[in-house]
Design a protein around this ligand. Structure first.
Ligand SMILES: Cc1cc2nc3c(=O)[nH]c(=O)nc-3n(C[C@H](O)[C@H](O)[C@H](O)COP(=O)(O)O)c2cc1C
Length: 192
């Protein structure tokens, strides 16, 4: 697929079925995604794949976070079954004199974003999901998080049932301005 077309047509897919890429294909795509911009080449992140019953283990942790109501617990547990593959995204920040944590977070997000584009290009689909459970001690333990690490959510991966509707177009000129002598000037007609 041509890159512009691939980027334009990627959409998050809330419902995903099989197939998902196997580990071998995932590694090929990840190797390419790792080329995303990363100040200092710190690679301050890691991913954890959850398939099959591992998704159910996470579901049980999400249920435990959902309180006492049985229906809320059932719904929480079912969430992890919405895709055949979940890829947990972990920020593993590095202490660096020149590269602050926010830049490392930006690098991690760039990798995930690039990976989602590559998945789309291969005919798969994905959605990045987060939620309060990312802070939960049981969820953190399940993923083997160390003290300084932060769970950023999960990329749900699989195959979408049908083509996603096109994204509504937004005028990019409202989000790009040119610097002038006294400030900046939006490049769209009306400005922001
Ligand atoms: C950091 C991040 C977290 C997200 N968390 C959720 C989430 O918890 N639930 C959800 O439905 N979508 C989540 N999304 C997906 C966005 O809702 C989705 O990207 C947005 O609606 C735009 O849709 P599109 O990706 O199809 O263009 C998340 C996206 C990002 C980048």
């Amino acid at each position: 697929m041509e890159t512009l077309q691939s980027v334009r047509t990627r959409r998050s897919a809330p419902r995903l079925g099989a197939p998902a890429p196997d580990d071998r294909e995932l590694l090929v795509l990840l190797e390419a995604a790792m080329g995303a911009p990363d100040h200092g080449r710190l690679l301050p992140w890691r991913l954890v794949s959850l398939r099959e019953g591992e998704r159910e283990r996470l579901g049980r942790e999400l249920a435990a976070c959902a309180g006492q109501d049985p229906e809320a617990r059932r719904r929480a547990a079912a969430k992890t079954l919405r895709a055949p593959l979940l890829v947990a995204i972990v920020l593993s920040p590095v202490d660096h004199p020149k590269i602050p944590r926010w830049e490392q977070l930006a690098s991690a997000a760039a990798v995930v974003s690039t990976l989602s584009l590559l998945l789309h290009d291969r005919g798969y689909a994905s959605i990045w999901r987060t939620g309060p459970a990312i802070e939960d001690p049981g969820v953190r333990t399940l993923h083997g998080l160390a003290g300084g690490e932060q769970l950023l959510g999960w990329l749900y991966v699989g195959t979408a049932a049908g083509a996603a509707p096109p994204r509504p177009r937004t005028d990019p000129g409202r989000y790009l301005s040119a610097l002038t002598g006294l400030g900046s000037r939006a490049l769209s007609e009306g400005g922001r």
